[in-house]
Write a protein that binds this ligand. Structure first.
Ligand code: GDP
Ligand code: IMO
Ligand code: MG
Length: 404
């Protein structure tokens, strides 16, 4: 019997996945990323020290956990190098406990140029990290993969034809072309990463499952940003939902035993796209301020609004969520009235209003210690979406967590 857990976002990202993965990974053998790239920004807070991870799985702070970047991730070598160096400065070790799939698609500097110039006209509000263009090349079967660093002769040729293609696209946007030799040099600069961490990750997955190791799959972004099930075209370019685990790591769905879906007690969104419960009043401002709602990757202010239970219920279905996790409950502490959306009428939200609890829940670790009105609020959510809130987060720090 395997004992593997998937943790993913049920909204538009930034639900607090990093915090929860870190909290739960103490006794976990392996933590894996399976999709997305350094568009993600996962924040962990331990003993007052804040760590923001973009590519490296949020289990890295627990010395005994192995961390793997799976084939479904698009990999920016410079970003990975920087992240590893920063963590090494803090005496976090990587030898024999950090691995990257040889089948990861590489993000090249030309992908970033394409992403940025496109977004000027298409206005998705991407993170500008080259994510979409890299996934396009993966699906187009012309991508450079991490394992290609092992064969320099062919690598040069492959980069040559890909960058030539990119330059044609850039010409359409009246942008400067990239020099092929420079791109090659930029990739090969990180050969050491290849030598140190490149593996056949599917073989490893199989071995770990056979050894009955406990595995935690760390989602990036969130369900409403999924390429198929999100608010298309205002989405990211990967499968952020449960299905992404199997394709992004090469592990069958029967090895995912528990699926923890995370939702904030309200909603945020970065970038463009529809947001039915968005607030433009003092309540929205209060959520942004109390929740410190600025992107962990780009620093952009996050749009804020009430919790949408219709969307949440659907996301729970899409992902077969077995356990709900509600984060940032403490952010609502000073709200006199709290709304949740329970229906849509002509694209407008129908709200149910709750009395606020007007007392601090910050750092509470026992469910019974929550104010009565907070318990009423949570119970209503649980009944509406038919899922138990097994985890409730009451602050950014690892230990500010209720486990039920
Ligand atoms: P992720 O992308 O899902 O990992 O989430 P981010 O790290 O981008 O954003 C979540 C933010 O909320 C971070 O700044 C966290 O430190 C913070 N956070 C997480 N859980 C809580 C919580 O329960 N209460 C408060 N106040 N902050 C939290
Ligand atoms: P984590 O893992 C919130 C959003 C961008 C943009 C859209 C497409 O920290 O929750 P992309 O650069 O991926 O092509 O941008 O997706 N986006 C995120 N929003 N959290 C994230 O990651 C996000 N990653 C991408 O803002 O709207
Ligand atoms: Mg984030």
């Amino acid at each position: 019997m395997s004992n593997n857990t998937l943790i993913l976002g049920l909204q538009w990202g930034d639900e607090g996945k990093g915090k929860i993965v870190d909290n739960l990974s103490e006794d976990i053998d392996v933590v894996c990323r399976f999709q997305g790239g350094h568009n993600a920004g996962h924040t962990i807070k331990v003993d007052g020290e804040k760590t923001v991870l973009h590519l490296i799985p949020s289990g890295i702070l627990h010395e005994r956990s192995i961390c793997l970047i799976g084939n479904g991730v698009v990999l920016a070598l410079d970003a990975l190098d920087k992240e590893i160096k920063n963590l090494k400065k803090r005496n976090i070790t990587f030898n024999d406990r950090f691995f990257v799939s040889s089948a990861c698609t590489l993000i090249l500097p030309s992908h970033i140029s394409i992403d940025k110039s496109r977004d000027k006209t298409e206005s998705i509000g991407t993170t500008g990290r080259g994510i979409g263009p890299a996934y396009e090349d993966k699906i187009g079967r012309r991508a450079i993969r991490f394992g290609d660093l092992g064969d320099k002769t062919n690598l040069k040729e492959k980069i040559g034809s890909l960058v030539e293609y990119h330059n044609k696209l850039l010409d359409l946007y009246h942008q400067k072309p990239h020099d092929i030799d420079e791109v090659y040099e930029e990739v090969i600069r990180y050969e050491e990463l290849y030598k140190s961490y490149c593996v056949d990750s599917q073989d490893l997955m199989q071995k770990w499952v056979e050894e009955n190791r406990s595995i935690l799959f760390e989602g990036a972004q969130g369900t409403l940003l999924d390429i198929d099930h999100g608010t298309y075209p205002y989405v990211t370019s990967s499968s952020t939902t449960a299905g992404g685990v199997s394709t992004g790591l090469g592990i069958g769905p029967k090895y995912i035993d528990k699926i923890i879906g995370i939702s904030k007690a309200y909603t945020t969104r970065v970038g463009e796209g529809p947001f039915i419960t968005e607030l433009f009043d003092h309540n929205g401002k209060m959520l942004a301020e109390r929740g410190n709602e600025f992107g962990a990757t780009t620093g952009r202010p996050r749009r804020c609004g009430w919790l949408d239970l219709v969307a949440l219920k659907k996301a729970i279905f899409t992902n077969s969520v077995t356990d709900l996790c509600i984060t940032k409950l403490d952010v609502l502490d000073e709200m006199k009235k709290i709304n949740v959306c329970i229906d849509y009428e002509d694209d407008l939200p129908v709200y149910k209003e709750f009395e606020g609890w007007l007392s601090s829940t910050e750092g509470i670790t026992e469910y019974d210690s929550l104010p009565n009105n907070a318990q009423i609020f949570i119970k209503y959510i649980e009944d509406f979406v038919r899922s138990k809130a097994s985890i409730i987060s009451t602050g950014p720090s690892r230990d500010q967590t209720i486990l039920r």
